[in-house]
Design a protein. Structure first.
Length: 131
């Protein structure tokens, strides 16, 4: 699909070690993509990133418990060094649903140094075929 879109040759097909693997690409920008109104919330995935005060014991737990309180299922959580100050990390979280619904973001922001919503997108059809 990407090779057709950008008119690039496929150098090698089927390099995955599991045929159910997929690769997703993000497009980051300031404008909102077209809204797909016929897509239910359960078929959406949202991604956010945030930093916490590394001197605040339980800061990550405070954020994670908010997801539980709102009944949000996390599908991925990763941390990477923030490179802003020693021992500070950026957390990347992916969840099922639309992050823009409800007051979750407002409550999480209270515990964060900063929070960026990377976006909400349709969940791959492959997800439903592998469960």
């Amino acid at each position: 699909m990407s090779s057709e879109l950008y008119r690039l040759p496929i150098l090698q097909k089927s390099i995955e070690d599991n045929s159910n693997n997929t690769t997703r690409f993000l497009i980051l920008g300031y404008s909102q993509p077209p809204n797909d109104d016929n897509n239910s919330t359960s078929k959406k995935v949202s991604s956010i990133m945030f930093r916490l005060n590394h001197d605040d014991p339980g800061a990550l737990c405070d954020v994670l418990v908010k997801f539980k309180e709102y009944g949000i299922t996390l599908t991925s959580i990763n941390s990477r060094p923030a490179n802003l100050q020693p021992w500070q990390y950026v957390f990347f979280v992916e969840m099922i649903g639309d992050i823009h619904e409800g007051k979750l973001v407002e409550e999480i922001k209270e515990s964060c140094l900063d929070l960026v919503i990377l976006g909400t997108f349709k969940r791959s059809w492959r997800y439903d075929n592998t469960n």
